[in-house]
Design a protein around this ligand. Structure first.
Ligand SMILES: Nc1nc2c(ncn2[C@@H]2O[C@H](COP(=O)(O)OP(=O)(O)OP(=O)(O)O)[C@@H](O)[C@H]2O)c(=O)[nH]1
Ligand SMILES: [Mg+2]
Length: 312
């Protein structure tokens, strides 16, 4: 049997091998994904993002456990590692915390490194998600750290985006409200056992009031949780499920899926064209133009135009 059949049959080792190929940009991975793609249809993708250390992994751990206890047969977690100098320890920590889920054959956990500069986080995440859905995972949690453009892009690969804040993060909320709050479907103030949680809830309410949302659309609930003890997890998952139902009933889910198809096709075009172009350039030409831009002899646009102009 081929790798695609093995993945469809629920073989975890085959799935792990496929994900490694996708991560390595091995063309055999892409070929397998092409076979699987018609099966990568029905699932609920839940993005979990927010500033470092707010308890996202702990929360995901509890949410996954809740899903398994409430009738979901296959649940997967993708921890996106932004490869920052700070993330090594965090991912290691995630692995340790997630270990108590590891014995469960209905749970698949995988971290994804964002090494490919051209590939990009969102593109890699989307490929992982396709593979996992085709393999039969009906719930997918995608954890990302931070609130930059990369996280917003990754969040667009999810159906439901959960933004996790911590108490005493007033400044952080100021910093993220413009970008990430606009894509939040559910807001969580975790570590509600610590002082400042209520203030954080209020700050979020105030920021949400400023965010531009069309009238009559989904209004994101703000919840509090204590991920360490599991308090509030049930309410969180109920909110997540309500959002999924809203996506379905309002037709917004389909609209998002279509928008995602366009985004992904565009990402692929960028990726393929840039890759092909770089391969066809003579040795050292790219570096020459970098030098020219660096020395201010050319603008980046001029350098790019020169490279494109001399292509065979
Ligand atoms: N007091 C308290 N501590 C918590 C709670 N949830 C998580 N923590 C602790 O907060 C720390 C960070 O938790 P993580 O789950 O790793 O947070 P994270 O957001 O995944 O961290 P990064 O992935 O590094 O951004 C750990 O020491 C947890 O034990 C909570 O509800 N209350
Ligand atoms: Mg984490």
């Amino acid at each position: 049997m081929g790798l695609a059949e093995d993945v469809l049959a629920g073989d975890r080792l085959a799935l792990a091998r496929l994900l490694t190929r996708l991560e390595d940009e091995d063309s055999r991975g892409e070929a397998v994904l092409a076979e699987l793609y018609p099966h990568a249809r029905h699932a609920h993708r839940i993005g979990v993002t927010g500033p470092p250390g707010t308890g996202k992994s702990t929360l995901v751990n509890q949410a996954v456990r809740w899903c398994r206890q409430n009738g979901m047969e296959r649940v997967a977690v993708i921890a996106v590692d932004p490869s920052s100098p700070f993330s090594g320890g965090a991912i290691l920590g995630d692995r340790i915390r997630m270990r108590d889920l590891a014995g469960d054959p209905g749970i698949f956990i995988r971290s994804m490194a964002s090494r490919g500069a051209l590939g990009g986080l969102a593109r890699g995440t989307a490929a992982f998600v396709d593979a996992l859905i085709a393999a039969g995972y009906e719930r997918l949690f995608i954890e990302t750290v931070g609130a930059g453009q990369a996280e917003v892009d990754v969040a667009r690969m999810a159906d439901t985006t959960v933004v996790v804040e911590g108490p005493g993060m007033g400044d952080e909320i100021q910093a993220i409200k413009a970008g990430i709050l606009e894509i939040a479907d559910v807001l969580v103030v975790n570590k509600a056992d610590l002082p400042g949680a209520q203030a954080a809830v209020q700050a979020l309410h105030a920021s949400l009031g400023l965010a531009k949302r069309p009238a009559g659309s989904w209004s994101p609930p703000i919840l509090t949780t204590i991920a360490e003890s599991g308090e509030g997890i049930e309410a969180l998952m109920e909110a997540v499920n309500r959002h999924r139902d809203h996506l379905h009933d309002s037709g917004e889910g389909e609209a998002r899926d279509r928008a995602r198809a366009a985004t992904r096709l565009e990402m692929e075009l960028h990726h393929c064209l840039a890759e092909r172009f770089r391969r066809e350039l003579a040795d050292g030409r790219f570096e020459d133009e970098v030098q020219a831009v660096f020395e201010r002899r050319k603008t980046p646009a001029q350098a790019a135009a020169d490279l494109i102009g001399e292509r065979p």
